[in-house]
Ligand binder design. Structure first.
Ligand code: TRP
Length: 324
């Protein structure tokens, strides 16, 4: 089965990205035919500094590798290096209803967030995402819950397209993370963990142990003193339990038992220690890769060649079907 997913190169990966989405990629690359992409064309739909973009793209590729993507087992490449992505997005734009695009939650959120930067690309973002997915005749799209709506729209585009032009495109399906769809912010546990928020609200995948510990110890908890999973009444502790469970592989109930008579601070101490150890190998690998620019560029170049071969063949079929 073909698997496709992407992450925008906007700042470093955090624990939420990793536990929520990326970890699935690492497992799935062992058994399926995986294509992973640094989606730089998506990144330019929100405010950014062109002086930093190139470095961010490259670093995200390094982050992917440091987090465990294996270039022998998957295709890793940069979106803008395969021009068919932009080309197919244009074609799909002609079969996507405007009303659907305007309804997308992410479009509405981002328009509110950056009212001075509501460009057509932001509106068309889901079309480019559909193009990414459909160029590779993807079966499965591992994503966070916030992107599910975009995959649903992709499925509608496929159905409309195939009705008009013949059975050309494959209808993909979203693969959501199982436990803890969402890792929440450490400072505002009712919001998603995000790398653009307050630095205390997230833990970077490559953060130093001291700073990891400080952030966990400072994480917002709830009134009361029981270490019990209850996202509605105890969003702070529940989020920390989710993080602990996902990182350690221990079920939440087991953690609740382990910390039954303990204080919040005992629990946080234990989690802080665990996470600092857990994340050490990631930093080590990343530091090493940062000194191997030629090697990383070579991986990306080969990835881009493999991706282009698949993309070009799909593109040819699509153009023929559309009468171009
Ligand atoms: N929109 C996704 C996000 O913000 C990133 C993305 C772009 C993507 N193209 C994709 C994810 C294709 C899955 C498949 O997280």
């Amino acid at each position: 089965m073909r698997v496709f997913s992407g992450i925008r190169p906007t700042g470093n990966l955090h624990l939420g990205n990793y536990l929520g989405a990326m970890r699935q990629w690492i497992t799935i690359q062992e058994k399926e035919d995986c294509v992973f992409c640094v989606v730089d064309l998506h990144a330019i739909t929100t405010p950014y500094d062109p002086k930093n973009l190139k470095a961010n793209i490259f670093e995200l590729a390094i982050d992917y590798l440091a987090a465990g993507l294996n270039p022998e087992k998957c295709i890793l490449f940069i979106q803008s290096s395969v021009k068919e992505h932009a080309e197919l997005a244009w074609l799909l734009g002609t079969v996507t209803p405007l009303g659907e695009l305007k309804r997308m939650t992410q479009f509405k959120d981002k328009s509110k967030q950056h009212p001075e930067y509501v460009n057509a690309g932001l509106l068309n973002y889901p079309i480019l995402m559909a193009a990414d997915i459909l160029l590779y005749q993807t079966d499965i799209v591992p994503i966070g819950k916030d992107q599910q709506q975009h995959v649903e729209l992709t499925r509608e585009i496929v159905r409309d397209f195939n009705k008009r032009f013949g059975q050309i495109l494959k209808e993909p399906r979203a693969l959501l993370p199982q436990v803890g769809d969402k890792i929440m912010s450490l400072t505002e546990p009712d919001k998603k963990m995000s790398k653009t928020g307050n630095p205390k609200s997230f833990i970077g995948l490559f953060e130093e142990p001291e700073s990891i510990k400080a952030k966990i110890m400072a994480a917002v908890t709830d009134t009361g003193k029981d270490i019990k999973f209850n996202p509605v009444k105890k969003p702070g502790i529940s989020n920390l339990l989710t993080i602990y469970s996902l990182a350690s592989g221990k079920p939440i109930e087991e953690l609740e038992k382990q910390f039954e008579k303990k204080r919040y601070s005992d629990f946080k101490n234990s989690l802080a220690e665990y996470l600092a150890e857990y994340l050490k190998p990631f930093s080590k690998k990343r530091k090493e890769l940062l000194t191997r620019e030629v090697y990383v560029n070579d991986i990306l170049r080969r990835g881009s060649q493999k991706a282009a071969t698949i993309a070009q063949s799909t593109m040819q079929e699509i153009k023929t079907a559309m009468g171009l």
